[in-house]
Design a protein around this ligand. Structure first.
Ligand SMILES: *Cc1c(COP(=O)(O)O)cnc(C)c1O
Length: 435
């Protein structure tokens, strides 16, 4: 499989190069030259396959011959070594729980796959690669856990001081070894700007081998298809394919679901569930794409005013808005509705969603009111305990801490405090070279 740039169809790079580069120099995004078609037998006999076999079957065409089969099998089995249960909530709505990985959010899947691919590509190298990443919360923890102790990879995570939850902060500041955290006196946008400027810095690029681990990297994006197939494996009524509601921020996750659909996964419809950040819902109304300033909400991992992966969704539909509308419907859900959903789901169904899952449930429920013969599921992208400050005041009850969280509570945070200044970051990165 070769990849082109959404800004240049003539570009052609393989999986290895696209993963290491992260983003084409022309600032487009890497996109597969063709979408593989899975066999009908595979789809209809999916219950007979293991998680590992499904993952291998789905990802193999994308990786091509850049990783040998036995190695790729090892990588996927380490990527998906936790559960992805489809849990029934009402007669028509289930949830696919994606929070059973090490950092309790779905980003574990993409981060674990990417770290292992990079580790394979650099295993006999005399060079070290430095992964530089800005986080608003969940990405940092997932990347830190996934890259911990990976040979020849250094990880530097920038996060905005005081703006991530205490659990999220511990997840990215307590590991040590090859993982370093920088606490920036500024916002997530400041962190993002420092990272982007560093990637563009000539001297840094000459002296260091820098890459990013954000969601535009194909090695984080593509493996997110796996769990849509795991949901199909567990879907009872195979004659009525599901409506799938995806809590969407940067639109990487839903775009992976769309790829899975193009490869043959049965899906009735996709719901792009957004919060007040409604650049995409607006696009569906006006048919002109207009980035917006970010609005803070309760579902903060979806606070994105200019979703970077939406261009991939458009690319997949050849920029044809009519066919896009047949397959996807976006919803914008308010914080008031989100809170109400958390309260109702908990008191009436005994299910406690996190704010992101609650946004998706609300959107799916609205859709099903108008399509009463359909059934669906929403993705639960994080464990509610990660957002206990939102959820506990609504239910009035304490959430029991999972063991993975209990373990880190006693650890001490280690982070370098830094003003939001690109020059300081550069100095820090170059100083690391001398050690
Ligand atoms: C990152 C994240 C999202 C948004 O996913 P995208 O792929 O950026 O659309 C949703 N929910 C949670 C909990 C997240 O961490």
């Amino acid at each position: 499989m070769q990849y082109y740039s959404t800004n240049n169809k003539n570009l052609s790079v393989d999986f290895k190069e696209a993963t290491i580069k992260g983003q084409p120099s022309d600032k487009g995004l890497f996109f597969p030259q063709e979408i593989p078609l899975l066999s009908k037998e595979f789809i209809s006999n999916i219950e007979q396959f293991s998680k590992e076999e499904i993952a291998f079957e789905v990802i193999k065409p994308y990786v091509g011959n850049t990783i040998p089969d036995d190695e790729l099998k090892k990588i996927v089995s380490q990527t998906v070594n936790f559960e992805f249960p489809l849990v029934k909530i009402t007669d028509t709505i289930s949830t696919l729980e994606l929070f059973h990985g090490p950092t309790l959010a779905f980003k574990d899947v993409g981060a674990r796959f990417m770290s292992r691919c990079l580790s394979y590509f650099f295993k006999d190298s005399d060079k070290k690669i430095t992964v530089l990443v800005a986080t608003s919360g969940d990405t940092g923890g997932a990347v830190a856990a996934a890259f911990y102790d990976v040979e020849n990879v250094e990880v530097i995570i920038l996060y905005p001081s005081g703006k991530v939850s205490s659990i999220q902060e511990l997840q990215l500041t307590t590991l040590g070894k090859n993982i370093r955290a920088i606490e920036v006196d500024g916002s997530f946008d400041d962190c993002q700007r420092m990272v982007k400027k560093s990637f563009a810095d000539k001297e840094l690029n000459e002296k260091l081998f820098l890459t990013s681990a954000n969601s535009i990297n194909i090695a984080r994006w593509l493996p997110q298809q796996f769990y849509y197939f795991y949901a199909w494996q567990q879907w009872k009524d195979k004659s009525t394919p599901p409506v799938i509601a995806v809590p969407s921020g940067n639109f990487g996750n839903i775009c992976a679901g769309l790829l899975a659909y193009r490869s043959g996964l049965p899906v009735a419809h996709f719901i792009a569930a957004c919060n007040a950040n409604d650049a995409v819902p607006d696009f569906f109304k006006t048919e002109t794409y207009q980035p917006k300033p970010t609005v803070s909400t309760l579902s903060n991992a979806m606070d994105v005013g200019d979703p970077s992966n939406f261009i991939r969704v458009l690319e997949l539909f050849n920029y044809d808005v009519e066919s896009l509308k047949k397959m996807i419907t976006p919803y914008s859900v308010s914080d008031v509705e989100t809170k109400q959903t958390i309260e109702e789901l908990y008191s009436q169904q005994g299910y406690l969603p996190d704010p992101h899952g609650a946004v998706a449930y609300t959107a799916l429920n609205s859709w099903l009111q108008l399509h009463s013969l359909q059934k669906g599921y929403f993705l639960e992208t994080a464990h509610p305990v990660k957002f206990y400050d939102v959820v506990e005041p609504i239910t009035g009850e304490k959430i029991e801490l999972p063991n993975t969280i209990k373990m880190i509570l006693s650890r001490t945070k280690e982070a370098v405090r830094m003003k939001a200044d690109v020059a300081l970051l550069k100095e820090y990165l170059l100083a690391g070279l001398k050690k």
